[in-house]
Design a protein around this ligand. Structure first.
Ligand SMILES: [Zn+2]
Length: 272
């Protein structure tokens, strides 16, 4: 089947997108300078991001040749995620020190016979270690941790507050992978938030703003991936040299490119 390439008219896309969603997206941030502050943070990250972007382009050109231009847009699907939201899937051939490898934590989880429930219990232990709340009994009874085989089910991870102050659940299809390990922590981060405002009047049971709920989960996910924590819970058992550590950090950075989508759109071509 022939493929057609559609070049984004980025200016028109962003103008239209922003005009439509701006009031909705800024609702709740309560700071008249919020946009300026975000722009400022973005400008601080941009030099690092540009270097990473150039490095990834170089590696993609080594693998795919002239399909990836030296200066033009990068086909999004070559980044391993059709929306180019993260670049995890290209880590295997872009590691900065390919000969020393990295910690294959998915394999470690499998080797240690982790189950879906065990992954969730490990996440709970992490929150408890921060002096946060343990999950209520009903959470373990009513949540879904693995994909149901006998009925149709959408696997997108989610967490739910049933608003009665008692019933909190996650819906996950946990596979024994590092990705699902971090997603489980992220979703439980939402539950922690729910638990902490459960006694407030309904009006106050919500995140401070749209970003805050997600930020709690993502911040937790990043902490969970630190070498120190992984060693503490026995997923890293050997001494690792700095190059392996650098490979691991590079993989973590590949997971957090999503906030920089703005510049990616400048540089990426989508293929349908
Ligand atoms: Zn979330």
């Amino acid at each position: 089947m022939a493929m057609t390439f559609h070049r984004f008219n980025k200016r028109r896309f962003f103008k239209q997108f922003w005009l439509t969603f701006r009031p909705y997206m800024l609702n709740g941030y309560e700071d008249p300078h919020f946009e300026d502050k975000i722009q400022n943070i973005y400008e601080q990250l941009k030099p690092l991001y540009l270097q990473l972007h150039a490095y990834v382009r170089f590696k993609l050109r080594q693998k795919y040749g002239d399909v990836v231009s030296e200066t033009g847009p990068i086909p999004a699907h070559l980044l391993g995620d059709i929306m180019a939201q993260n670049w995890r899937e290209i880590a295997d051939f872009t590691l900065p020190f390919p000969n020393v490898g990295d910690n294959d934590l998915t394999q470690e989880l499998i080797d240690q016979n982790y189950t879906a429930i065990q992954i969730a219990k490990t996440a709970e232990d992490f929150f408890k270690s921060l002096n946060l709340t343990e999950m209520p009994e009903s959470f373990w009874e009513k949540s879904i941790f693995t994909k149901s085989e006998d009925k149709p089910m959408v696997c997108m991870a989610s967490s739910w507050d049933f608003s009665d102050g008692k019933d909190f659940r996650v819906k996950l299809c946990i596979h024994i992978t590092l990705t699902d390990f971090t997603i489980t922590h992220h979703e439980m981060g939402h539950i922690e938030y729910y638990l902490h405002y459960k006694n407030l009047p309904v009006k106050f049971r919500g995140g401070a703003n749209d970003g805050f709920h997600e930020a709690v989960g993502d911040l937790i996910s990043l902490s969970v991936l630190s070498t120190k924590h992984l060693r503490q819970i026995g997923l890293i058992n050997t001494n690792i040299d700095n190059r392996v550590d650098m490979n691991n950090l590079y993989k973590v950075s590949n997971s957090v490119f999503r906030p920089l989508l703005k510049i990616e759109i400048n540089e990426i071509i989508f293929c349908f």
